[in-house]
Design a protein around this ligand. Structure first.
Ligand code: NAD
Length: 411
């Protein structure tokens, strides 16, 4: 039983993001999402990236932050010194997971921050930095914070309030980069240079304006969330962390950087996405949900301690080889970053060329036709008619369906 008060299941389509090349290796990326055109768009973004050799990715160590809030501390400066002097003792108290420690993870560092000017008075916040290896680490972080709190109370003379992880996991970041020649963007209607300059201008808009940044970043999360969901990861946690990260200098901004490189005759588009990504390939639902487990296997990330399944033994380079490809949570976080960048690239290219509705329209029309009750061939027929009329509404789909059913029923 995964949750409480269960009355049923809520299924989502599982698609495959195609064409991904990440650090020289091919990937098929499982994506669970209800929104039409996201999977098609990300696959086209990944195909474009291939013209520049695909994505290069990297990441930090998988370090989460657990917070302990200390209130009514009589002397904050003295308490801070006492806590920092007792670092080893605190890390020892927070070392609650023998598995993490055995794997080389566990509590690694402490930090102390003083918060003043809050309505509840000044408070001392202690951060425990915990290497969570291949787990998202919420439970490890929460347990460590609770275990270290009594010692922190004694050292500070204060009272422990909250003891919980921070979802602003800014020590656990992944990034993806790509550089694509301008020529790859050329079409009958636009030169490659026009398109890549348009993409750079669109990114500058989203960097400078929170109204645009929210929509820009939402598009990135179309891809990011779909992979998180497919692999059984906590997408709310990653969203919360990434949005806080996007506002780290006091203004909410685009998570990406896109700019034009090179001279007029050899221009290219450089793109980068960096964000906190706290994901696991163990723990939570990653292994207990059968579809999540399958998604991890498709990515080549669920082979730890298991023989490869028969069909995987002779497979080509798609999704690598257990012996060569990087395993675990860091590898997953880097794939997620590449997907977010590909999704953003596809959206920006559409926005600066034909506009986003062009590609969306037919898929949207199909969805309207299905909502109106059309099934089988009728979906395509009604969608086609609505696109031709430029009138894509569920009411029109119902009318067309009635007409079609009437014709079939005969006089
Ligand atoms: P978990 O506790 O289910 O599993 C993690 C444990 O797996 C580790 O503590 C370790 O003992 C073990 N393990 C085995 N092999 C490992 C390896 N190679 N690397 C690391 N650990 C290994 O899961 P979790 O990651 O602590 O928690 C994730 C869940 O917590 C998610 O479902 C999430 O929704 C939920 N959660 C999130 C929040 C939040 O984000 N604010 C708060 C509470 C709970």
């Amino acid at each position: 039983m995964m949750i409480e008060n269960v009355v049923g299941r809520f299924a989502l389509p599982l698609g495959i993001g195609a064409n991904f090349q990440i650090n020289g290796q091919d990937y098929l990326v499982p994506m669970a999402i209800e929104e039409p055109s996201v999977v098609a768009a990300v696959s086209s973004g990944a195909l474009l990236a291939r013209s520049g050799g695909g994505f290069s990715t990297s990441s930090t160590d998988p370090v989460m932050i657990a917070q302990v809030q200390l209130l009514d501390v009589p002397d904050a400066a003295k308490a801070e010194s006492a806590i920092l002097a007792a670092k080893d003792q605190i890390l020892g108290a927070a070392d609650t997971s023998p598995t993490l420690t055995r794997l080389g993870g566990g509590p690694k560092e402490i930090e102390v921050r003083q918060l003043t000017g809050t309505p509840a008075g000044p408070m001392l916040i202690v951060h425990l930095l915990i290497d969570c290896q291949d787990a998202m680490g919420a439970n490890a972080a929460n347990t460590a914070a609770e275990a270290a709190a009594p010692l922190l109370e004694r050292l500070s003379g204060g009272r422990a309030g909250l003891r919980i992880l921070s979802n602003l996991s800014d020590r656990r970041r992944a990034w993806a980069e790509v550089e694509i020649p301008a020529d790859a963007f050329r079409s009958n209607a636009f030169s490659g240079s026009e398109v890549i300059h348009g993409i750079a201008e669109a990114n500058a808009f989203a960097y400078a304006d929170p109204y645009r940044a929210a929509t820009h970043n939402k598009g990135i999360f179309n891809g990011v969330d779909a992979v998180l969901l497919a692999t059984g990861n906590d997408w709310r946690a990653v969203e919360a962390g990434a949005h806080a990260w996007a506002a780290r200098d006091g203004q909410y901004r685009a998570l990406t950087d896109w700019h034009v490189r090179g001279r007029a005759d050899s221009e290219s588009l450089y793109g980068r996405l960096e964000l906190p990504i706290a994901v696991g390939t163990v723990g939570g639902a990653t292994r207990s949900h059968p579809s999540a487990r399958l998604a991890l296997r498709i990515l080549g990330l669920d082979l730890q301690g298991e023989a490869p399944i028969e069909s995987e033994k002779g497979r080509s380079q798609a999704n690598g080889d257990a012996g060569e490809c990087q395993q675990g949570a860091r590898a997953l976080s880097e794939i997620v970053a590449a997907v977010g960048l590909a999704q953003n690239l596809a959206a920006l290219r559409a926005l600066v060329t034909t506009g986003i509705q062009h590609g969306h329209m037919r898929l949207h029309a199909r969805q309207m036709a299905a909502s109106a009750g059309a099934v089988g061939d009728a979906v395509e027929h009604i969608a086609g008619q609505m696109v031709a009329e430029g009138n894509i509404r569920v009411e029109r789909a119902k009318e067309l369906l009635q007409e079609k059913n009437g014709r079939l029923a005969g006089p």
